[in-house]
Design a protein around this ligand. Structure first.
Ligand code: PBG
Length: 327
């Protein structure tokens, strides 16, 4: 007699059965929508390499934040594109700077319904495009940059940001920002540490989105894609420095790092499905090469399955408002 066939297919027989046994669901509350706000424009400006994504005016930002709240999203992550830049990224720390003004607008619009988050990094504001200030040799100066991050953190907290996204990959940035926030009376302002952030080709479209001035690369501060142990180390350091949430970025090519960090962390762990991940699926779908909706859902499901508690994704609104997030 042959041994009986073990039949896992029983749990795949009907849509209702498959829905019931699904281990991972996409819920709007765990989706965060990144938004770009550009100084000095009067109409939303499309981003060529990110079809469907725009640089917002204040008016269109208001509408986007309202839509995000109505869709039940967990939050929005704001990026500012200033009209003028300089070596130290002055606009990043001015209350009148584009990102700080946009934060005020977003908080006024929906600060109680979702979590308004801000990118805390200098690259959008510097004329050389690096995430920090440069020393006399043109290298990114870690500790001088921490001083700028401290000021930027206080400016963002004053503008009302509820969660500061530290994406610059400077050593000691979480501890420095925590200290500055506490000293300025912002003990309740939380820190999202882009703990394991890799020097990735998949940020390509984002550089267009923020009109990046960068020449060269960020490999002296962002991580080498080859390194998994280092991802765990960076995450552990940021947690020890007081990060409230850890993030792994990009998502799709770093799901092993995400799973490692999620297993070890004692704080929430999120992932950023970055611009290049978005652009690849949109481009393939536009060519008729893949089913867009299914590819979007599969990519975000994979990120959640790997251990992310929430995902930053440019498809957040579509996923939530199509009702597909619930299924
Ligand atoms: C740095 C920052 C970047 C992204 C988010 N924050 C760019 C970079 O590190 O070069 C990329 C996000 C994306 O590609 O969607 N301010």
């Amino acid at each position: 007699m042959n041994p009986p066939v073990i039949r896992p297919r029983r749990l795949r027989t009907t849509p209702a059965m498959r829905r019931l046994v699904a281990e991972t669901r996409i819920h709007p509350a765990q989706l965060i929508l990144p938004l770009f706000v550009r100084e000095g424009i009067t109409e939303p400006a499309p981003i060529g390499s990110m079809p469907g994504v725009v640089q917002h005016t204040f008016d269109s930002l208001k509408k986007a934040v309202q839509d995000a709240a109505a869709a039940g999203l967990g939050g929005v992550m704001l990026f500012g594109i200033p009209a003028t830049r300089d070596a130290v990224g002055s606009a990043a720390t001015q209350a009148s700077g584009i990102l700080n003004r946009a934060t005020e607008v977003a908080v006024a619009e929906a600060g109680a319904a979702l979590v308004v988050q801000t990118d805390l990094c200098l690259d959008e504001f510097t004329d050389h495009g690096h995430c920090g200030v440069l020393d006399a040799h043109g290298r990114v100066d870690n500790d001088a940059t921490l001083e700028r991050y401290r000021e930027m953190a206080v400016a963002q907290a004053q503008a009302g940001s509820q969660l500061l996204g530290l994406s610059g990959m400077m050593d000691g940035q979480v501890a420095a920002v925590r200290d500055a926030l506490d000293a300025a009376g912002f003990a309740d302002t939380a820190i999202l540490a882009y703990a394991a952030k890799y020097a990735s080709a998949f940020y390509g479209p984002f550089r267009e989105a923020v009109d990046s001035q960068l020449r060269g690369d960020r490999r002296t501060y962002q991580q080498d894609p080859a390194n998994r142990i280092e991802g765990r180390r960076e995450a552990a350091l940021d947690e020890a420095e007081g990060a409230d949430v850890l993030m792994v970025k990009p998502a799709m090519s770093y799901l092993d790092v995400l799973a490692d960090v999620a297993a070890a962390a004692r704080v929430p762990v999120w992932a950023y499905q970055v611009s290049g991940e978005y652009a690849m699926i949109e481009a393939a779908a536009a060519n008729g090469w893949i089913d867009r909706d299914r590819a979007i859902r599969e990519s975000v499901t994979g990120i959640l399955r790997a251990g992310a508690g929430a995902v930053l994704t440019y498809w957040a609104l579509q996923l939530a408002s199509s009702g597909r997030a619930q299924s």
